[in-house]
Design a protein around this ligand. Structure first.
Ligand SMILES: Cc1ncc(COP(=O)(O)O)c(C=O)c1O
Length: 422
């Protein structure tokens, strides 16, 4: 059973809250997060980095829920954002410029201006054309932009789905290794740019840390050369990517990961290590609570049709991701079934060919380890309002995102369009 979840008196609890109480109070489908699991993850990661100056920046893209952001802020984290919207959410949750690293492969002019206005700690640029645009925007504002170069260290990663590997040769992310020095030297000649960091993010859900070792050593070498050329390098940004077990895999050896990035930081010296983890910090904290609508047999298969599907959790169909599924109550008997949603797509499933308790209509199911890239990737396909979100803290729980209503689906629709002549 994932951390924070336990069966007591035959009923699954998140921390000390029985899930049927949440289903009764907030309805289904609902995302349920455990604050204590998030705090415990931050503590574990922070301990692994102890020994060198460091800051854990939470990667907002994994889950930008404001209540989760507040838990992370109170636990001492900064954030890593990749859009103006994420920057807005971070500021709204109480983070200040000094807490924020702004990354992303395609920042717009507006987003770069917003990053400058917020006084962010670091803007990680991913191309020479972005660097030139940022230099012009900073000069026009009379400020000096703190810049990191996101490098594509061109390392092979293991065990990442190919959609979430980002640091191999030819990927769209970062500045290719052979061009890094040239772009760095260009930055050094720009009066409105202060080249303070080198950065990489080699992928997500990385089970082997070899890519970190190799990538970090390339990053350190580049930082040394840039320093020799006069760059005031203050930060070494190692990105995110720590994995979580979704099935019966082992928990990652965070201490071993920490040793790799600490060693690189110490080898360079005089820098603060930044990490940008998303999944590791929040995935295990989240459960998706869903009610079974129907059970039916078709073509020798049993289908369990739930009120959550790919609109709430797209990871199974998008990444072939596996998530454990459990009955919330003590349901007798077992069966093999496809656990699917109500969306009009054959690709709408939460789990295929699963051996699960023999649930039927009205029973509650829980899908585990969905705190990262769950609600963050949700959609309103089939005009389905977005699910509610609940935070549990010990024996207390609260709705932190209200369930959308039908009216929300029409909120931005223009009832009387103002036609303009071309
Ligand atoms: C630049 C950057 N940093 C950090 C992350 C977070 O990755 P993870 O959630 O695997 O830690 C991502 C994920 O795509 C990313 O693109």
């Amino acid at each position: 059973m994932p951390a924070g979840i336990a069966r007591r008196d035959g009923v699954l609890h998140v921390d000390d809250v029985p899930l049927p109480a949440i289903a009764a109070g907030a309805g289904t489908a609902t995302y349920v997060y455990s604050a204590s699991v998030i705090r415990e993850r931050v503590a574990r990661l922070t301990a692994a980095l102890d020994g060198v100056p460091h800051r854990v920046h939470y990667s907002l893209k994994a889950n930008a829920n404001g209540a989760i952001l507040r838990v992370l802020r109170e636990a001492g984290c900064g954030v890593d954002v990749v859009s103006g919207g994420e920057l807005h959410r971070a500021l709204h949750a109480g983070f200040t410029g000094r807490d924020i690293v702004f990354g992303g492969v395609g920042k717009t002019q507006r987003e770069l201006k917003e990053a400058l206005d917020a006084g962010v700690k670091l803007i990680n640029v991913e191309s020479d054309s972005e660097l030139r645009l940022l230099a012009a925007l900073a000069a026009a504002r009379g400020v000096v932009a703190p810049v990191g170069l996101r490098i594509n260290p061109e390392v092979d990663v293991e065990n990442a789905h190919h959609y979430i590997a980002t640091g191999e040769k030819g990927h769209k992310f970062g500045i290719g290794l052979p061009d890094a020095l040239r772009v760095g030297r260009e930055a050094l000649a720009m009066p409105s740019i202060r080249l303070v960091a080198v950065d990489m993010h080699v992928g997500s859900q990385l089970h082997s840390f070899e890519a970190y070792r190799e990538g970090m050593s390339r990053l350190v070498e580049l930082a040394r050369t840039l320093r020799a050329d006069g760059a005031p390098i203050e930060y070494l940004d190692a990105g995110g990517g720590l994995p979580v077990p979704y099935g019966d895999e082992e928990e990652p050896d965070v201490a071993a990961y920490g040793a790799i990035v600490r060693q690189a930081t110490a080898a360079l010296g005089g820098v603060e290590l930044l990490v940008e983890h998303g999944r590791y910090l929040v995935a295990a904290s989240g459960s998706l609570l869903t009610r079974v609508l129907y059970r039916k047999e078709s073509g020798h298969k049993t289908y369990v049709i739930c009120d959550a599907g790919m609109t709430e959790l797209i990871r199974p169909s998008h990444y072939d991701a596996y998530h454990q599924i459990d009955a919330v109550g003590d349901v007798p008997g077992r069966m093999t079934a496809d656990v699917v949603g109500p969306v009009c797509e054959t690709g709408d499933f939460l789990g295929l060919d699963r051996e699960i308790p023999a649930v039927g209509p009205g029973d509650l199911l829980v899908v585990h380890t969905v705190g990262a890239y769950g609600v963050a990737m949700a959609s309103r396909y089939n005009a389905r309002p977005l699910a509610a979100e609940v935070l549990v803290d010990g024996s207390r729980w609260a709705v932190v995102t209200a369930r959308e209503q039908y009216a929300d689906l029409l909120r931005h629709e223009v009832a009387s369009p103002q036609w303009q002549e071309a």
